[in-house]
Ligand binder design. Structure first.
Ligand code: ZN
Length: 278
């Protein structure tokens, strides 16, 4: 599943390739991808120009004109490409936005789990999944004191809390394992046991890790490619994810893999000591 860094790279790709183009037609080949009735989606967007591509968490917000936004979630396998209309169309292409300049923005999705919803710009909080998102992992929106306070209110394990996107948005399974290893925190540590020093460190590692991943194009898990077609190079920089049995880079102890909240979880049993509830 694409995580925040991959989605940010798709956003950057679309910003470069699609902003400024005007829609002349839309071909919906798999109707379930579109949350709205097909004719509402098409009638709303034909004639509109793409003015910006924003992102909130793992949702792309494609702005059309001043008033309309398509909220696009890639889910497991969704991706975009912007190509000339003559380019061969893969059988996994489900939505085609045709532009007046002869190019097309195509949405491809082998598993068909992705969704697009046309809304009025400003109504983002009406979309299920968007309204409960925590702050973006940047220094100006994600604040150390708030993070500590939020974690103090939870006695559940830190890993599932970071995965649920309400305390901070953008961390999927890979990046949670990585940031917890970088912060020397066992994934099953109850959140309210963490000290302010530990949550400050974790906060900084989350921001740094996602920034690094974005700048390296994200990880190339499964068949994900970003919009400009570059495979992510970040996978080579992972410390624990997918490294069961490999010696820890810090201490040499073999990395272990366990299940935490039904998710495969990698950690170093020596660097990340489990602590009990208060
Ligand atoms: Zn270690």
């Amino acid at each position: 599943m694409p995580e925040l860094p991959e989605v940010e790279n798709v956003r950057r790709g679309l910003e470069t390739l699609a902003v400024g183009k005007t829609v002349s037609a839309i071909d919906i080949r798999w109707s379930k991808i579109i949350v709205n009735p097909d004719e509402v989606f098409t009638a709303g967007l034909v004639g509109q120009q793409i003015t910006a591509v924003d992102r909130r968490g793992k949702y792309l917000l494609i702005r059309f004109g001043e008033q309309l936004t398509v909220v696009s979630h890639l889910r497991m396998e969704g991706k975009y490409e912007v190509v000339a209309k003559e380019a061969p169309i893969s059988k996994h292409t489900h939505v085609i936005f045709e532009f007046t300049d002869g190019q097309q923005m195509r949405y491809l999705d082998t598993r068909k789990f992705g969704r697009m919803q046309l809304i009025e710009t400003g109504q983002e909080n009406t979309v299920a999944g968007l309204k409960d998102l925590g702050p973006e992992p940047t220094p100006t929106t994600f604040l150390k004191a708030d993070f500590y306070q939020r974690l103090q209110k939870h006695h559940k394990a830190i890993k599932p809390l970071l995965l649920d996107q309400k305390v901070v948005t953008g961390l999927g399974n890979i990046y949670v394992d990585e940031t917890l290893w970088l912060s020397h925190i066992h994934p099953e540590t109850p959140a309210n046991v963490l000290t302010r020093i530990e949550t400050d460190r974790l906060h900084d590692e989350i921001i740094a890790e996602l920034e690094l991943a974005i700048n390296h194009g994200g990880t190339t898990v499964n068949t994900f490619l970003n919009a400009i077609g570059h495979a992510g190079a970040f996978q080579e920089m992972l410390h624990v994810y997918g490294k069961k049995g490999v010696p820890c880079e810090r201490c040499g102890t073999p990395i272990e893999k366990i299940k935490v909240a039904q998710r495969g979880t990698h950690f170093c049993p020596k660097c990340q000591i489990k602590r009990d509830a208060k």
